[in-house]
Design a protein around this ligand. Structure first.
Ligand code: AMP
Ligand code: ZN
Length: 114
């Protein structure tokens, strides 16, 4: 996945503001934050989108959600509340084609989204 921007971040070719990392995932601050807390959580193994989740790779989702809860706690929004968002495909608003989960918090988030 040579020209995938998130794979480049994982390889250290593009800098990021890292929040959490382990052998399977990386979490970093969104470059264009929509809320006081806006972290992106991504698997290190490239997956295009939610459409490419299968029996082989779906276990990473549990790992990502556990990390999201821990990051929310660490950043002080677990009690106040937060939102985990995955955009999939064009009409879902996905602009980076490496699956990622937005962790948003620190303000009242509107629902439903636009
Ligand atoms: P989505 O629209 O769901 O595909 O979200 C992509 C997100 O990636 C957007 O919120 C962007 O602001 C964010 N983004 C794009 N490039 C970078 C980068 N180099 N570092 C951090 N966040 C980025
Ligand atoms: Zn990638």
């Amino acid at each position: 996945m040579g020209d995938c921007i998130f794979c480049k971040i994982i390889r250290g070719e593009i800098p990021c503001s890292k929040v959490y990392e382990d052998e399977r995932i990386l979490a970093f601050n969104d470059i264009n934050p929509e809320a006081p807390v806006h972290v992106l959580i991504i698997p290190k193994a490239h997956i295009d989108s939610a459409n490419y989740i299968d029996e082989e790779n779906s276990e990473i989702l549990a790992h990502i959600f556990l990390a999201a809860k821990n990051i929310a706690t660490q950043l002080g929004v677990a009690e106040s509340g937060y939102r985990i968002v995955n955009n999939c495909g064009e009409q879902g608003g996905q602009t980076v084609k490496h699956i990622h989960f937005h962790l948003l918090g620190g303000r009242n988030l509107k629902w439903p989204p636009g």
